[in-house]
Design a protein around this ligand. Structure first.
Ligand SMILES: [Zn+2]
Length: 340
């Protein structure tokens, strides 16, 4: 055991957490029943176990399957409201998270187009407003595009972000699995017009990239994806851990001040890295290269962690000193897309 990095009442900032992985199992279970959704598990406990990424989960593909169920349960304005409210308020009570960005894909929560995208985003904004009324939190929504979506649907998501830019939506992101049958590199450069549109509207841009490929026989295509993302002029990157193995890429992140959102336990559980030692190696290398880092959970309920535990882990492994860990939290409060 090591001493806690933060005092219990110190405010933390969480900048990378998915709505699909951030709502506690009890709320999700009740939401499913309220909406009459058929849950493919016989009881609460098997549901709770199944919606957490344990040792039996099949890497990133397994994660995507879990997301599918939680997205279905959250696929209504009521579901999104309860989920956003529960996630932000719960994180304040459990972890004293006072700066909180929540990300989700609205088009994966509208039952294939049956529900109106605007109604879904507005419900998220209401959930955020309610939580910030009840607790002293600064919260913001990051709307996610998806790598499997056609460009027109991703464009619609960016338009929703622009429409709600002054009302709680603070940035755009892209995630999701790779389109069936396609490998790396996915063409990030094709996002250029959408990234430009978001930036012109004053939105932040953070993209999921550089999470995969760390132990690939040929990491080249994954590095290429990350180079393309950096060239788009992003503010931050979700994961980006592959840069630890490419000094020139790490150098360009440091020069441009691109912030990496590091989610250590997530990387271990999804097998993006070989284990804790490799995550420590990655974080140590990035920190040494001067890349600005923040620490996040990726979704505490699904990953089975807590933000404070993530800092403890990195300090225990020797990846960060206590001072560097504290500095990362201060940076997160500072580089958030949520206006002061
Ligand atoms: Zn993520």
């Amino acid at each position: 055991m090591i001493d806690p990095v933060f005092a219990p009442d110190e405010p933390l900032a969480e900048l990378h957490a998915h709505l699909g992985g951030g709502v506690d199992a009890a709320t999700m279970w009740e939401l499913a029943h309220e909406q009459g959704i058929k849950v493919p598990y016989p009881d609460y406990w098997s549901f709770a176990a199944a919606t957490s990424v344990g040792s039996g989960t099949d890497g990133l593909d397994g994660l995507d399957r879990i997301y599918h169920l939680t997205e279905l349960i959250q696929s209504s304005p009521e579901g999104v409201f309860r989920a956003v409210h529960g996630m932000i308020s719960g994180a304040y009570r459990s972890q004293r998270i006072t700066t909180h960005e929540v990300r989700f894909n609205p088009a994966k929560r509208n039952r294939g187009g049956e529900r109106d995208l605007d109604a879904i985003v507005m419900a998220a904004v209401h959930g955020l407003d309610r939580a910030s009324l009840e607790y002293p939190v600064r919260a913001g929504i990051v709307l996610m595009m998806d790598r499997t979506f056609p460009p027109e649907l991703n464009a619609q998501i960016v338009e929703r972000a622009v429409r709600f830019a002054s009302r709680g939506v603070v940035a755009v992101d892209i995630g999701g699995p790779r389109p069936r049958g396609s490998g790396a590199p996915w063409d990030y450069s094709a996002l250029a017009p959408l990234v430009r549109r978001a930036r012109e509207a004053g939105l932040g841009v953070t993209l999921h990239v550089g999470e995969e490929g760390v132990n690939a026989p040929d990491p080249g295509p994954y590095l290429e994806e990350m180079r393309q993302a950096v060239a788009l002029g992003v503010d931050r990157i979700g994961h980006g851990i592959i840069a630890a193995f490419e000094p020139r890429l790490a150098e360009s992140l440091a020069e441009r001040g691109v912030v990496l959102e590091i989610c250590p336990t997530s990387n271990v559980r999804t097998r993006a890295v070989a284990g804790e030692e490799q995550v420590a190696e990655v974080v140590f290398a990035l920190q040494a290269a001067g890349v600005p880092l923040v620490v996040a959970t990726d979704g505490p309920e699904m990953i089975g962690t807590r933000l404070r535990a993530e800092y403890q882990l990195l300090v225990r492994l020797g990846a960060l000193t206590r001072a560097q860990a504290r500095e990362a939290n201060e940076r997160a409060h500072r580089v958030t897309f949520i206006p002061a």
